[in-house]
Write a protein that binds this ligand. Structure first.
Ligand code: S3P
Length: 438
């Protein structure tokens, strides 16, 4: 892989209006459900990042005709729940945990064998959280001794629905089991310890599949139904927008409008946390797009204060903590995060890697087993390592807005997994990143 380093000039403000790329979670699901549906699915606003392209390629390898992507437009010619074909080789999910875990649920229900593999980061991430409940449903899956990929999935098993209390709040595990549930006899019923993103549930309903929801934490599907192709308008990704919400909040003189952003209430924890810290964020023109809440977000600079982050917001902001840690570093006082041990098993150990980077820039950041304690202060110049994690790279790029000198960020190629065009879009808004390739 190309080695990309960012050199970010300090200072400046974010101005103007922009639309960040499409939602990653929704883009993955649109390809998956489109492929398994009967009829044609037309997707607009699709995220052309490497993660979602890995999902798209996997379905192509299983015989699904997919046209595009072209300017975010993809047409999926669905083959029905039982129309996938044996892929000629192992399916490479790259850096994408969502692809691997959700696909595992789908592939457990097929008549053919498959192997799922991925890059150095993905093959270190825990997969027993999906293989264990799938095995209880009747699937046969081999992992490494450490419970990691490659995953060897044996087809031709009979799956039965289970009643499963999720040990960790994880939309990937929930979605994996719901997708396997489409192939199971009887009802697959999942109880979450706390609400997590519900894009799978919403999209299944959009494709005409009955989903039973009880309160905020119980969801069930019954196998044996069918999906019908649909039109999916993918909103801009709130996780990508968060870099700009934080950047504009910390940089004096900023005033930014972010267009058509997904504001599904199972995703908006970062907005709530930033507002608790004193951020000035307005949610304008709220509307529904293809079953998902969408709005424009206006953010202006505001002085931030440290807070104790309410634990119930953690699953609703799970991907946004790297950026929120930058907000905390620029806030007056101490910010304390607890109850977020999941951050240690993301694309990198986001607690350790962010604490190391903040420390390198002169901020007192103390990692704890399940969170971090950050004393707001003055960000200095320095060099940080991303450990190939896209969100770490983008978070430190935004941090430069308040740094006293240039910030060098190593190992940024994976920004393309979730945010192609990040450097150009930030440039237009007022942050100057020089990319150095070797
Ligand atoms: C995702 C769920 C979350 C999130 C990931 C995308 C999804 O993972 O971190 O980026 O699309 O379902 P977990 O379910 O592991 O928390």
């Amino acid at each position: 892989m190309r080695n990309i380093r960012y050199l970010v000039q300090p200072g400046g403000a974010l101005q103007g209006r922009l639309r960040v790329p499409g939602d990653k979670s929704i883009s993955h699901r649109a390809i998956m459900l489109g492929a398994l549906a009967e009829g044609v699915t037309t997707i607009t606003g699709f995220l052309e990042g490497e993660d979602c392209l890995a999902t798209l390629s996997a379905f192509r390898a299983m015989g699904v005709r997919i046209d595009g992507p072209e300017h975010g437009r993809v047409i999926v010619h669905g083959v029905g729940l039982h129309g996938l074909r044996t892929p000629p080789a192992p399916l490479d999910m790259g850096n994408s945990g969502t692809s691997m875990r959700l696909m595992n649920g789908i592939l457990a229900g097929q008549v053919f064998d498959t192997v799922l593999t991925g890059d150095a980061s993905l093959t270190r991430r825990p997969m027993r959280r999906v293989t264990e409940p799938l095995t209880r449903m009747g699937a046969r899956i081999e992992t490494t001794e450490q419970g990691t990929a490659p995953l060897r999935i044996h087809g031709g098993q009979r799956l039965s629905g289970i009643d499963y209390p999720l040990p960790v709040a994880s939309a990937q595990v929930k979605s994996c089991l719901l997708l396997a549930g489409l192939y199971a006899s009887g009802v697959t019923r999942i109880t979450e310890p706390a609400p997590t993103r519900d894009h799978t549930e919403r999209m299944l309903q959009g494709f005409g599949y009955h989903v039973q929801r009880e309160g905020q934490c119980i969801v069930a599907v019954e196998g044996g139904g069918r999906l019908t192709g649909a039109a999916i308008d993918v909103p801009a990704d709130l996780s990508s927008a968060t870099f700009f919400l934080v950047g504009a909040s910390i940089a004096p003189g900023s005033n930014l409008l972010l267009e058509h952003v997904g504001v599904n209430p199972t995703r908006t924890g970062a907005i709530d946390i930033l507002r608790l810290m004193g951020a000035n964020i307005e949610i304008l023109n709220p509307r529904l797009a293809g079953g998902e809440p969408v709005a424009d977000l206006r953010v202006r600079h505001a002085p931030l204060r440290g807070v104790r982050i309410p634990e119930e917001l953690t699953p609703l902001a799970i991907d946004e903590f790297p950026a929120l840690f930058i907000a905390a570093a620029c806030a007056e006082g101490v910010t304390i995060l607890t109850g977020a041990a999941e951050l240690r098993v993301k694309e990198s150990d986001r607690i350790q890697v962010m604490a190391d980077g903040l420390t390198a820039l002169g901020i007192a950041a103390e990692p704890t087993p399940d969170g971090m304690i950050i004393q707001g202060g003055t960000l200095g110049a320095g060099t940080v390592q991303t450990h190939s994690d896209h969100r770490i790279a983008m978070s430190f790029a935004i941090a430069a807005l308040r740094a006293s000198g240039p910030v060098a960020i190593h190992d940024c190629a994976n920004v393309n997994t979730s945010f192609p065009g990040f450097v150009d879009l930030t440039h237009n808004a007022g942050l100057h990143i020089t990319e150095q390739t070797s």
